[in-house]
Write a protein of this length. Structure first.
Length: 132
């Protein structure tokens, strides 16, 4: 049944872990979903997990699932808080959403990094790491 579905490639939708300043002066890491499309995303499902090693072995986090009913065009949202302890893990994200009655599905990975290795994220005006 899954083989009968047409999964077109996902473009203009990105995920990133970014360091976000809080009102208290502290900073918190968040996973952001960035909708760079001119259309809204509907029925978005995001599943996250992290593992110490690239093959999924070693220490692991639990799987977290998030449902977002609607994401406006050219808009980004915070999906979840990311514990700095897992920045050194392989963070895997599975994304599924509807766009114009077509389902899209993609898997992303954010490779391990250190807090001082952050890169500018133009879409968010923050520093962090984009998923590949």
């Amino acid at each position: 049944m899954l083989k009968d579905l047409n999964f077109d490639p996902v473009t203009d939708v990105r995920l990133a872990i970014a360091k976000t300043p809080e009102k208290t002066g502290e900073s918190t890491f968040y996973l952001y979903l960035i909708n760079g499309k001119q259309e809204a995303l509907k029925n978005v499902l995001v599943m996250t997990e992290a593992a110490e090693n690239e093959d999924g072995s070693g220490r692991k986090t639990s799987k977290l699932r998030h449902f977002i009913e609607h994401i406006d065009p050219m808009h980004s949202i915070k999906v979840e808080t990311v514990d700095p302890a897992v920045l050194g893990f392989y963070n895997r994200i599975w994304l599924s959403f509807y766009l114009d009655e077509q389902i899209y599905d993609c898997r992303y990975t954010i490779k391990p990094f250190k807090e001082w290795e952050l890169e500018p994220l133009v879409d968010l005006d923050l520093k962090g790491r984009l998923a590949e």
